[in-house]
Design a protein around this ligand. Structure first.
Ligand code: RB5
Length: 147
């Protein structure tokens, strides 16, 4: 599985930690679209880069990070085909996969410690979409894009 990851300046350190966690998973390839320093950048630009890979199919999933995770998740969810889940706890991360088939995970570098963030990533990586009645609901979410 290929994953595209990106962060603004508010989560550059968390991005490096998340990449270490992703390295635990055999067969996972990571594409990092930045940012790579402390200079201020605009999180919608990062969301756009990550989500472009998910929408095109270059990557199966994406991870977006900013200071709170709020701005970048809002931006990501404006992009057609994206179901971005802002998760600050493991249960939400699991449910975002099982019930919502999230294809992008958002977290906040100024909200989460590295330990909890790592557990969230592990849960999100290892939980499958349950389908069934959830598929009908996810289809309704996606249909909202065309209304
Ligand atoms: C940048 O200062 C900050 O606004 C951003 O990282 C994020 O928290 C926005 O939602």
């Amino acid at each position: 599985m290929k994953i595209t990851i990106g962060s603004d300046h508010g989560a550059v350190e968390l991005k490096e930690e998340v990449k270490k966690v992703l390295a635990e998973f055999a067969g996972v390839e990571v594409k990092d679209v930045g940012t790579f320093g402390t200079a201020s950048v605009d999180y919608p630009d990062i969301a756009e880069k990550v989500c472009a890979d998910v929408v095109s199919g270059e990557s199966e999933r994406g991870i977006v990070l900013c200071g709170t995770g709020l701005g970048i998740s809002i931006a990501a969810n404006k992009i057609k085909g994206i179901r971005c889940a802002l998760c600050n706890d493991v249960y939400s991360a699991k449910m975002s996969r099982e019930h919502n088939n999230s294809n992008v995970l958002a977290m906040g570098g100024r909200v989460l410690g590295f330990g909890p963030a790592g557990e969230i990533v592990r849960a999100w990586m290892t939980t499958d979409f349950a389908g069934g009645r959830h598929e009908r609901r996810v289809n309704k979410i996606m249909a909202l894009e065309n209304k």
